[in-house]
Design a protein around this ligand. Structure first.
Ligand SMILES: CC(C)(COP(=O)(O)OP(=O)(O)OC[C@H]1O[C@@H](n2cnc3c(N)ncnc32)[C@H](O)[C@@H]1OP(=O)(O)O)[C@@H](O)C(=O)NCCC(=O)NCCS
Length: 245
């Protein structure tokens, strides 16, 4: 369990999560490149593929400008650290709020989710890049998810697969452990009318009541899922950051 998450209780106000979006572009990549730390520059130099480089740099532009505004720092002063498994966090003691954030990029979209004092994970995927869905599901997803995928129509299966994929990614990213968490060991349940629910194998040592999950289509082409360490569903705002340039 992530240390430092705020205690839950009925008296706790619904937590706020801000999701900021940007479309990767050469213009934003140039702005992002001007803001990089030495370590980020080194990493950026290793990108061979222009598209991946533009996504990375747009992501850094999004993180540095958004968190800079929130913390009252210039974008270059935002102290981004990388954890053991690749998750980003702010240097402890930065600003008054304990801000947590997570980034995701795919072709045509970068998303940044920010929450105060709670673990948060976000994943975005491009519908146009999905292939071999059932084979992937059978290999990686939980048995209950594979069974549910077999029961829906082929048209529904496409959306359902994207739901599972993005929710699973959002959860493992909120935990900060990446693929060290086996994807078969937790299963989302999407058939009921209420909010998304999850079941964890006992070996994961996690409690479904600790989490809220959200799904959003930020563009007709993209699916976004969010995982937040909160029993109470968040008040979610989704905004395009590109508009504030
Ligand atoms: C790295 C991983 C956490 C996310 O990868 P991804 O979905 O390909 O990429 P996303 O764009 O959504 O996320 C990448 C960002 O997540 C962040 N990140 C990296 N490792 C992370 C971790 N362990 N925990 C949380 N966030 C992490 C980083 O900010 C990274 O962006 P950056 O490299 O520009 O800093 C991991 O889940 C992975 O390798 N996934 C591979 C895809 C896969 O097999 N998915 C199965 C889906 S069911």
């Amino acid at each position: 369990v992530d240390p430092g998450d705020q205690p839950e209780g009925d008296a706790t106000a619904a937590p706020e999560v801000a999701v900021w979006l940007a479309t990767p572009s050469e213009a934003l990549a140039r702005e992002g490149e001007a803001l990089l730390s030495a370590a980020e520059r080194e990493r950026c130099d290793r990108f061979q593929h222009q598209g991946a480089r533009a996504e990375f740099l747009t992501g850094r532009w999004l993180i540095r400008t958004t968190l800079g505004l929130r913390l009252g720092l210039s974008p270059t002063e935002v102290p981004i650290c990388i954890g053991e498994h690749g998750a980003l966090h702010l240097r402890p003691g930065t600003g008054d709020e304990d801000l947590r954030f997570n980034l995701s990029h795919t072709r045509g979209l970068v998303a940044l989710a920010i929450a105060a004092g709670r673990a948060v994970g976000v994943d975005v995927e491009d519908r146009e890049r999905q292939s071999g869905r059932l084979a992937i599901a059978e290999r990686f997803f939980a048995p209950g998810e594979v069974a549910a995928l077999r029961q829906v129509t082929p048209e529904q299966a496409f959306d359902r697969f994207l739901d599972y994929w993005t929710l699973k990614e959002a959860y493992i990213k909120a935990r900060g452990l990446g693929l060290a968490i086996p994807l078969k060991r937790f299963a989302f349940e999407l058939d009921g009318p209420g909010p998304v629910t999850v079941r964890f194998d006992p070996e994961l040592g996690d409690d479904p009541n600790r989490w809220s999950f959200e799904r959003v289509d930020p563009t007709p082409r993209h699916r976004l899922a969010l995982a937040l360490a909160s029993r109470r569903p968040p008040v979610l705002t989704v905004e395009w950051a590109s508009s504030r340039r």
